[in-house]
Write a protein that binds this ligand. Structure first.
Ligand SMILES: NC(=O)c1ccc[n+]([C@@H]2O[C@H](COP(=O)([O-])OP(=O)(O)OC[C@H]3O[C@@H](n4cnc5c(N)ncnc54)[C@H](O)[C@@H]3O)[C@@H](O)[C@H]2O)c1
Length: 425
């Protein structure tokens, strides 16, 4: 396939040499002449393992060439990759200037021709950039039926500097976002052995890159904080980390990594408080770990606001314990939600199949007054909050009742019924 790549920095150059290795003909474009000259001379303008070798092989086979001229570069191409920089502006906003300029260069080069290209953005850009900013730019230049010339996709780049070539060929997945389904060539280009292509829409593809990098940064900051605290006790931190990493069920896993209710229960809030107290005594700063409780409190407030936004006077809650299959209500986010709703004067009914009302009476006398024992009575309400599994069958028989599913990971209702069920996020 003939591929043109705009921007020959880390991402552009890696894509260039790797796609050339796969047998494609790559023309690279950069506004910096020294990069173009260096590439044509077989000298990689960046250091990255394997890259000089692959560049020279590409030049030898005639699969690689670089130019400053976008018009010339676009003459014979099927797919165009945009890999230009998207640095931060002083206020943190993403500078999309290079992306826009490249888009304009491409439009100018193909305007008035009968060229049809798959335009694939690889630069990291905020959600909706392609649809709300770049596509309108294209439309402005090529006219309303621009789709006869350009089909637009977004392919987030996940490679890491230092292992970029290996990451290109062995990434966990290749995400392709596209809204019009006309991205066959882009899919074909990236469907090489082991690439594991995942198709989604544009905005999701744009967003997942930030999910990845936000999480990576979080992991580094977490490890630095928690092991600084450990080291202050003279703990062998590499050993402690090794033991932590051995748990593939709860630690290095999908577990806990899902949006839903704020955390609660008898352990996480309490043990976080212990960490703060220990860090004070040891004089170790743990700003990230402190922010975890702040973030959770914020989610708790958001939960109450979400329920109040339905503007219903009668609300029923299925589930009170802090998670499924337990009767433990200690620091349950649903206890706090219930208290907030009661304070707002809402007529609240609570049903939890696991709760022992007599046990609860002693510790939480106020809440007990709102707990009902007849499940049918729960449906005599205006808004039903579902916070626990076990009510699916009964929900299917409900008519005309607004429902808010607080278990965002649980889609069981959606598949089974015509009921419209609001989701927490
Ligand atoms: N570096 C990484 O490890 C990495 C990993 C994943 C994603 N990304 C993202 O990929 C994008 C590119 O990153 P990078 O590190 O390769 O950037 P870079 O700064 O190394 O390279 C960008 C290149 O684009 C060129 N350029 C600018 N405007 C141009 C134009 N109009 N036409 C042609 N070339 C033009 C620049 O001269 C430069 O050589 C960014 O959005 C970045 O966030 C980077």
């Amino acid at each position: 396939m003939n591929v043109t790549i705009f921007g020959l920095g880390y991402v552009g150059l890696v894509n260039m040499v790797c796609l050339a290795k796969l047998g494609h003909h790559i023309t690279g474009v950069d506004i910096k002449k020294f990069k173009v000259d260096a590439i044509n001379a077989g000298e990689a303008p960046i250091y990255e393992p394997e890259i000089t070798d692959l560049l020279n092989k590409g030049l030898e086979t005639g699969n690689i060439r670089a130019t400053n001229n976008p018009v010339e570069a676009l003459k014979n191409c099927d797919v165009v990759l945009v890999c230009v920089g998207t640095p931060s502006k002083p206020d943190g906003e993403v500078n999309l200037g290079y992306t826009i300029n490249t888009t304009l260069d491409i439009c100018k080069a193909i305007k008035g021709t009968n060229k049809k290209i798959n335009l694939v953005y690889r630069s990291t850009i905020p959600p909706n950039t392609v649809e709300k900013l770049l596509v309108p730019e294209i439309k402005n230049h090529l006219g309303a039926n621009y789709t006869t010339q350009i089909s637009v996709s977004f392919l987030p780049e996940f490679l890491r500097e230092g292992t970029a070539v290996s990451d290109f060929f062995n990434g966990a997945r290749t995400v392709i976002g596209n809204n019009d389904g006309e991205n066959d060539k882009a899919i074909e280009l990236f469907s090489f052995s082991g690439s594991n292509v995942v198709e989604t829409n544009l905005v999701t593809a744009e967003f997942v890159k930030y999910v990845d990098n936000g999480f990576h940064a979080l992991k580094v900051a977490f490890a630095n904080e928690i092991y600084s605290l450990g080291a202050s006790f003279g703990i062998d931190t590499p050993k402690a980390n090794e033991i932590f990493l051995m748990d593939n069920v709860l630690n290095i896993s999908k577990y806990y990594l899902k949006p839903g209710l704020p955390f609660g229960g008898s352990c996480l809030p309490k043990d976080l408080r212990a960490i703060y107290s220990l860090s004070d005594k040891q004089e170790i700063e743990v700003p990230l770990l402190r922010a975890v409780t702040e973030s959770n409190n914020y989610q708790q407030e958001k939960l109450t606001k979400k329920v109040l936004s339905f503007k219903k006077n009668k609300v029923s809650l299925f589930g009170l314990s802090f998670k499924n299959d337990t009767d433990d209500v200690r620091e349950s986010p649903l206890m706090k939600l219930s208290t907030d709703l009661i304070e707002q004067g809402i007529e609240l009914k609570i049903y939890d199949p696991h709760i022992n009302i007599n046990q609860l009476r002693q510790d939480f006398p106020t809440i007990v007054k709102y707990i009902i024992s007849d499940l049918d009575n729960l449906f005599e309400t205006e808004l039903l909050l579902i916070a626990k599994k076990g009510i699916e069958e009964r929900v299917l028989r409900i008519e005309h009742l607004e429902i808010l599913n607080l278990m965002t990971d649980f889609q069981g209702f959606k598949n089974n019924s015509d009921l419209e069920i609001n989701q927490l996020y």
